[in-house]
Design a protein around this ligand. Structure first.
Ligand code: 9MG
Length: 268
């Protein structure tokens, strides 16, 4: 665990994320974007080939591999920060790690068939995210009696499942999964109580960037108007103990965190 929050830069390689000039241009734009994020201060690059937005369509294994592998191969060895693969599919995990990824970021927390065993055999770090339901249906009517407690129970169960296949706590990051089967009140409760998840003694990741909760808090602002709100939420997460901030706007998030850290540690 670093002594200050680090930034995971988001690199989505989905047809709606980059130009539609064909696979080569899609890959080249993604590579350029990753390099820019590293220059702006990203500590990890998180590469995903399947959208996890509410209602997003499923993507085949082949399409996902075709999107992410050329980019991971091009970046591996050419950037000085770790690459994480955002996937729930065991085959994509394997091929991505063979191509240079060293972290698995799984929004299903290794609950897909074979995912737990695959992650254990690859021996890489894992990020386990909480989600109620699945991306197709998760926002229809999320319900909890006590969201913080239920997310904690989920984390305890996943850490135990990991232990059974030999994945040690020091390889695990936990993520409450803002916006994944949660309404605004659930998201706010998780953000305000983020520090409680440190009881597991592992790193905590917060992914708030551009999420609909930010739009809702700003009176229904569109995705491209959520940058300042996202940076503000990132600072609240940092203040509440987040170790890793997952962000699209790396330069802005870096500056905000730097000011927050310098004021917090300021000595005359
Ligand atoms: C892939 N992805 C989209 N949102 C995310 C979030 O909040 N956390 C993690 N770990 N992954 C996410």
């Amino acid at each position: 665990m670093a002594d200050h929050p680090i930034i995971m830069g988001v690199l989505n390689i989905t047809p709606d994320s980059f130009s539609d000039g064909g696979r080569f241009f899609e890959s080249q734009n993604a590579i350029d974007q990753a390099i820019l994020m590293v220059e702006q201060g990203a500590d990890i690059i998180d590469i995903g080939g399947e959208s996890t937005r509410p209602g997003a369509p499923d993507v085949s294994e082949e399409d996902e591999l075709n999107r992410v592998l050329p980019v991971i191969e091009a970046l591996s060895g050419n950037i000085n920060v770790p690459i994480s693969i955002d996937t729930s599919k065991p085959v994509v995990m394997k091929r991505a790690v063979e191509s240079g990824a060293s972290i698995i970021n799984d929004v299903f927390a290794l609950r897909s068939d074979g995912a737990l065993e695959m992650a254990a055999s690859l021996g890489v770090d894992v990020c386990l995210m909480h989600m109620q339901g699945n991306p197709r249906t998760m926002q229809q009517n999320p319900r909890y009696d006590d969201v913080v407690l239920e997310v904690k129970d989920f984390f305890a169960e996943r850490i135990e499942a990991c232990a059974k296949v030999g994945i040690k706590p020091e390889s695990i990051t936990l993520d409450p999964g803002f916006g994944f089967g949660k309404n605004l009140a659930h998201n706010v409760a998780l953000l305000k109580n983020l520090s409680e998840f440190h009881e597991f003694g592992v790193s905590i990741l917060a992914g708030l960037s551009r999420k609909s909760m930010i739009g809702a808090l700003l009176g229904d602002k569109e995705v491209d108007e959520r940058m300042i709100g996202s940076v503000t939420a990132a600072l609240i997460a940092a203040d509440n103990g987040a170790d890793i901030i997952r962000a699209h706007d790396v330069a802005e998030t870096r500056d905000a965190l730097r000011v927050w850290e310098r004021i917090k540690n300021f000595r005359e």
